[in-house]
Design a protein around this ligand. Structure first.
Ligand SMILES: NC(=O)c1ccc[n+]([C@@H]2O[C@H](COP(=O)([O-])OP(=O)(O)OC[C@H]3O[C@@H](n4cnc5c(N)ncnc54)[C@H](O)[C@@H]3O)[C@@H](O)[C@H]2O)c1
Length: 385
């Protein structure tokens, strides 16, 4: 599969227009400039999209933008473009949502020569890309990530899909977009807790693959201001791209990106059943605290164990700063036997064995580490104390 084209832009700079505190910073004119920029780069053209073409652009957009974004007012959007507004969130990341997109596509006679542009947070990108990848055996699509987590992680690597029967990301495909276009202006409307979501995945990239990146991130006692995030975003996205490029189908090294995710997905499954508002990034943060403790239990090196301990404390500090205290307390008090039962259904398991990712040292990871119930319970007790 061909590597997607990456485009970074900042429509706040230099032609910034003042925004009222209450309106999203990514205004209609901002989006216009961004779409113009995408067009200037020849990306629409390369994708067979031009204003003169009969082929249509099919926008699947996070409903967060519905109030601000009037498609009719965009000179850069082809007149025959179609718009489908998608509800974000884990509950909407479902076969039901996919079915409603498919039905709408049938009603609008969407064809394989049409082009899908999916814009939103990670749940919208995962669901929309799955719908596009499966409709008529696959439509071409591109991504515009609008949350930090989507910019550094969910838009990269071709994984898409939905949750199924309380199991995270159980149904899906691996299918790359044609381009990924990021506009840093989208950062401006994110809350601190939304920054934490993406920050946790950036931290993971450093811990498993790039010690200097981790050192830069861990130097931040507090979550950085939005504009200060920009250089970290690009580095983190590069790390993810570098890892997935060599192992798109996750037969080896890509597995290290699942660091902290076995616990995270188990907790997310339990949270969904109990109607607890546990978000993915927070679940990954708690999962990494567990996986760092697991790494310590395996490591013969006192120096590595001390680095893992410091990393645990840093992650806990960021969680304390921006996550919901009630949700963290709920997660840490989950019945470990129940968490284990969920882990036994994890899609990374082989031959009935729960497999975990562990760090050898900061910046280097090992995967497919078998974990037994007794070992899990011992690590859980220390990690969640
Ligand atoms: N495919 C992958 O490789 C991959 C990797 C990591 C995570 N994920 C998935 O990503 C999902 C989490 O994504 P997320 O954290 O973006 O959550 P999300 O999609 O639920 O978005 C969070 C909220 O932010 C809102 N939003 C979107 N853009 C905004 C903006 N610019 N300003 C303000 N609010 C905005 C959304 O409407 C939503 O309410 C999880 O389902 C996770 O499994 C996928």
């Amino acid at each position: 599969m061909e590597k997607p084209h990456f485009l970074y832009h900042d429509s706040i700079q230099p032609e910034s227009e003042p925004d009222t505190a209450s309106s999203p910073a990514f205004t209609v004119s901002g989006l216009n400039r961004f779409l113009h920029h995408i067009q200037d780069q020849g990306l629409f053209k390369n994708s067979n999209i031009s204003k003169n073409s009969n082929d249509r652009t099919i926008f699947l957009i996070d409903s967060f933008f519905q109030k601000e974004f009037n498609p009719g007012s965009h000179p850069n959007i082809p007149k025959n473009a179609l718009f489908f507004w998608m509800s974000p969130g884990e509950k909407s990341k479902s076969l039901r949502s996919v079915e409603s997109i498919w039905k709408w596509m049938v009603e609008n006679n969407v064809q394989r020569s049409d082009w899908v542009l999916i814009m939103g947070g990670g749940t919208v990108l995962d669901t929309g890309a799955f719908a596009a990848s499966t409709f008529q055996r696959g439509l071409n699509f591109s991504l515009i990530p609008t949350t930090l987590l989507a910019m550094v992680d969910a838009s990269i690597g071709g994984k898409n899909g939905v949750n199924f029967l309380s199991n995270k990301n159980y149904i899906g495909t691996i299918n790359l977009p044609r381009f990924i276009a990021t506009d840093f202006a989208f950062l401006d409307t994110l809350s601190k807790s939304q920054i934490l979501e993406g920050w946790m995945e950036m931290v993971k990239h450093g811990l498993v693959h790039d010690a200097p990146h981790w050192l830069e991130l861990s130097a931040q006692e507090h979550l950085p201001e939005k504009r200060a995030l920009i250089p970290f975003i690009q580095r983190s996205a590069e790390i993810k791209q570098a890892v997935v490029q060599d192992d798109l189908l996750e037969s080896g090294a890509r597995k290290k990106l699942n660091f902290g995710h076995t616990i995270a997905h188990a907790l997310e499954g339990l949270a969904q059943r109990s109607d607890i508002a546990l978000t993915h990034g927070v679940a990954v943060g708690i999962g990494m605290i567990f996986s760092l403790e697991f790494s310590s239990a395996l490591s013969p090196s006192g120096q590595a164990r001390s680095h893992f301990d410091k990393a645990r404390q840093r992650i806990q500090g960021w969680l304390d700063e921006a996550a919901d205290v009630g949700v963290i307390t709920w997660a840490k008090q989950c019945n470990p036997e129940e968490v284990w039962r969920h882990m036994q259904g994890d899609k990374k398991n082989r031959s009935g064995q729960v497999l975990e990712v562990a760090l050898k040292e900061i910046g280097s990871a090992t995967w497919d580490q078998p974990m037994e119930l007794g070992q899990f319970l011992a690590v859980w007790k220390v990690a969640m104390s």
